[in-house]
Write a protein that binds this ligand. Structure first.
Ligand code: DHB
Ligand code: FE
Length: 285
């Protein structure tokens, strides 16, 4: 049976792609951000996951306002990266695991989630940057299942709905018959507002509350409705929905192994987390 060994979360600001291309990882502006990946990368190198489920939001590359699924799941053998307009380098294609994708899709439909299924899908910076940042040399070898959550076109799914989506993904992985070690990655956030009167808005108190809730009282976040979330996190900071979905997939006992919080990168508060998912004692007995 497959096991979920852990959850990871990271912001996905496009400028990170430019900084990586220019080799600015040790530059004083960028070092506090990039250094935050050392511990999770070491953990991933030791844990050697066989597959990654990546929960992110598309920013107008594969889906646009004319056709916007609330939830979509990739079921392709390969995912091509492209740039939706930031001028950042396009990366080599990423691998898919179609068998795992269809198992997750079947479990989601049985669980009364009805995602759009994508046998062809372009992946934007919200998928490609965290893959490179966490998996480095293995980013293009580890098979993935991309899961897209609409954080763009209102009405947005509630945090509770995203959490339940994650739980269904968790049940799907745990019922997958192959002996795979799987990590679940949630991308985006933390608080940021890129436009309008509140451009540059960052809410550090709320960001810390979200990070604490990942291994603490997750229920305390689930009642926040999407409009309240926009006020608390900014209209793009709602991407923390992807973190909550990732957290939902961790069905075992969760332990925070690492966090990094730094601001700003671009207009955004950067959060990085590594959460270990240990089997419940009752399950292990
Ligand atoms: C920025 C942040 C994002 O989440 C994004 O998708 C694009 C840009 C930024 O802060 O620049
Ligand atoms: Fe974003």
């Amino acid at each position: 049976m497959a096991t979920i060994i852990g959850g990871l979360a990271a912001s996905h600001v496009p400028a990170i792609g430019g900084a990586m291309a220019k080799g600015l990882q040790k530059d004083p502006y960028w070092a506090p951000f990039f250094d935050g990946f050392e511990a999770p990368c070491r953990w991933l190198e030791a844990a050697k996951p066989d597959a990654a489920v990546v929960i992110y939001n598309d920013h107008g590359l594969n889906f646009f306002l004319d056709k916007m699924p609330t939830f979509a799941v990739g079921a392709a053998p390969e995912y091509r990266n492209d740039d939706e307009g930031w001028g950042i380098p396009v990366m080599a294609p990423f691998k898919g695991d179609t068998k795992l994708s269809w198992h997750i899709i079947e479990t989601l439909v049985e669980s009364e989630f009805d995602p759009v299924t994508c046998q062809e899908m372009l992946v934007d910076h919200a998928y490609s940057l965290p893959m490179e940042l966490f998996l480095r040399g293995r980013a293009h070898d580890i098979p993935t299942v991309p899961v897209v959550v609409n954080t763009v076109q209102h009405p947005l799914p509630s945090l509770r709905r995203c959490f339940k989506l994650g739980q269904a993904i968790g049940r799907a992985i745990e019922s997958y018959p192959e002996d795979l070690k799987v990590v679940v990655i949630g991308t985006g956030g933390l608080s940021h507002q890129l436009e309008g009167q509140r451009a540059g808005f960052i809410n550090t108190a709320f960001d810390r509350r979200c990070m604490d809730a990942m291994t603490g009282d997750i229920e305390s976040l689930l009642g926040i409705d999407p409009h309240e979330l926009v006020e608390l996190a900014g209209s793009q900071g709602v991407e923390v929905m992807n973190w909550v979905a990732m957290r939902g997939a961790l069905l075992g006992d969760v332990h925070e192994l690492h966090r990094n919080y730094h601001l700003p990168i671009s207009n955004t508060a950067s959060g990085i987390m590594l959460i270990e998912n240990r089997p419940r004692l009752a399950q292990a007995a």
